[in-house]
Design a binder for this molecule. Structure first.
Ligand code: C2E
Ligand code: MG
Ligand code: MG
Length: 447
């Protein structure tokens, strides 16, 4: 007879405790246990292992289909809201499942395999069930290694903040910087965020990393002198940071310690994270704006918010996702959507930044559509602070229009976009983009 173990992690259990108090958290655990019992038989076992983690031992199912049906029943029952006192609580569960025959797999092995599957489910962001397969082992081991290395990385000063300029299109000057974290891993080399941020999010380490990036970015920008007006700084916030009860204190502390004026800091939250729990997002973003910082919706256009929802969100800036910008010059649908989004942002008095601008043609179209600012490799890649200081002192360089458009003067070159050429649109400033609007190179120093 086969055995199946399901490990269930209530992802938001700590938040329930923090927000509603421990008696509500305890009651939630009792109700979860009771619901699990109702969908199981007398021979099956439910146990609470730790915190918001439960284990279910199901006896008998042998077919993959039957096993998955058990998991679906668990997901369905926990998907219904829980009424506690006057509160309705939703539970976000990640489930790891492993099965085996007692003569082939020991109890410890079964639990370990279910743990590996649970880790994979959490890495996918929860709300799902992952069934163990031996193939999972290597990728989970890799994530576990990343996780354990990451726990020491902050103490060892292995993280580095890179900065990418945000360029104002009306003055063609750098108006601010976005802080983008990198990990200088002793064995694996320089790692970009996609190699470690997902693991940092799944394990909660993102809280400490995010707080460090925030402190470092505020410190770096406050230490820059000689710029008028001073630069703004944008820092990305993860979903977990937005849920963190200490977020406001962390932000206020970073501002106090660096003596940075709150109005110079923008916190970026992705559209998907904001839309995940709109009432909660509105509450947190409103509290952040009360501190004096600005809020930007990052990667706008990749989530599922109706454009009308923009009216109610306490945000200052909309960052149009690179996926729209990439096809701007070639795909009419991308161009139409970008134009409408920019119009709507203007109607709601939101500032706009387009991400991932790599071609002069994209820049021209964005300018024509009324976009306020852009970020992209066309102007500058993310780089260490020293590179940014050098850029501010020498002025940004853009490629010559013809080479940027990848064309010669011959027919069919694609230079004539029907939107006027770059020199007409931007004047002589476009080739040399100094920070000061007077066209004089800035004199910037980090003190
Ligand atoms: P994001 O916040 O949307 O940042 C923009 C990303 O686009 C950056 O990737 C940047 O290097 C890239 N990019 C900028 N211009 C161009 C361009 O012209 N072409 C192309 N192909 N890419 C461009 P990066 O640095 O790899 O960061 C990726 C994502 O990782 C960020 O997207 C952000 O969501 C996340 N991230 C980075 N740093 C942090 C952090 O400190 N905290 C958190 N929570 N997330 C971070
Ligand atoms: Mg961002
Ligand atoms: Mg973005």
């Amino acid at each position: 007879m086969g055995l199946t173990v399901l490990l269930i992690d209530l992802h938001n259990f700590k938040r329930v405790n923090d927000l509603h108090g421990h008696p509500v958290g305890d009651e939630l655990l009792r109700l979860v246990a009771a619901r699990l019992q109702t969908i199981l038989r007398g021979v099956d076992t439910v146990a609470r292992i730790a915190g918001g983690e439960f284990a279910v031992l199901v006896q008998g199912p042998a077919l993959q289909l039957e096993i998955e049906q058990v998991a679906q029943r668990v997901i369905a029952t926990l998907g219904q809201p829980f009424a506690i006192a006057s509160t309705r609580l939703s539970v976000e569960a990640a489930i790891g499942l492993a099965s085996g025959r007692p003569e082939q797999t020991s109890g410890d092995e079964l639990l370990r395999d279910a743990g590996v599957a649970l880790y994979a489910a959490k890495a996918k962001g929860g709300h799902c069930c992952e069934v163990y397969s031996p193939l999972m082992h290597s990728s989970v081991l890799e994530s576990l290694r990343t996780e354990s290395d990451m726990r020491c990385a902050l103490d060892r000063d292995e993280f580095v903040v890179y900065y990418q300029p945000v360029v104002d299109l009306s003055t063609v000057t750098i108006r601010g910087l976005e802080a983008l974290v990198r990990w200088n891993h002793p064995q694996r080399g320089f790692l970009s965020p996609d190699k470690f941020i997902p693991v940092a999010e799944a394990t909660g380490i993102i809280g400490a990393i995010g707080a460090w990036v925030l402190r470092q970015a505020c410190h770096d920008i406050a230490a820059m002198h000689g710029l008028s007006p001073p630069l703004g700084i944008s820092v990305n916030l993860s979903a977990l940071q937005l849920e963190d009860e200490d977020l406001i204190a962390t932000v206020s502390q970073a501002l106090e310690q660096s003596r940075l004026d709150a109005s110079r800091l923008t916190l970026e939250v992705t559209e998907t994270v904001i839309m995940n729990d709109v009432p909660r997002s509105i509450q947190v973003l409103t509290a952040l704006r009360k501190v004096g910082v600005k809020v930007a919706i990052d990667d706008f256009g990749t989530g599922y918010s109706s454009l009308g929802a923009l009216r109610y969100l306490p945000v200052d800036t909309l960052k149009i996702d690179r996926s729209f910008v990439t096809d701007l010059a070639r795909d009419q649908a991308s161009a139409d959507l970008t134009r409408r989004t920019l119009q709507l942002a203007a109607d709601f008095h939101l500032h706009t930044v387009a991400e991932g601008v790599e071609e002069v043609e994209q820049l021209e179209i964005l300018r024509e559509f009324g976009c306020e600012a852009v970020q992209g490799f066309l102007f500058a890649r993310p780089q260490p602070l020293a590179g940014i200081v050098a850029l501010l002192n020498t002025g940004l360089q853009l490629p010559e229009p013809a080479s940027a458009l990848g064309a010669t003067d011959g027919p069919g070159s694609g230079c004539d976009t029907g939107r006027g050429n770059l020199n007409d649109a931007a004047g002589s400033e476009i080739h040399r983009l100094d920070h000061t609007s007077a066209g004089e190179p800035a004199s910037v120093a980090v003190l």
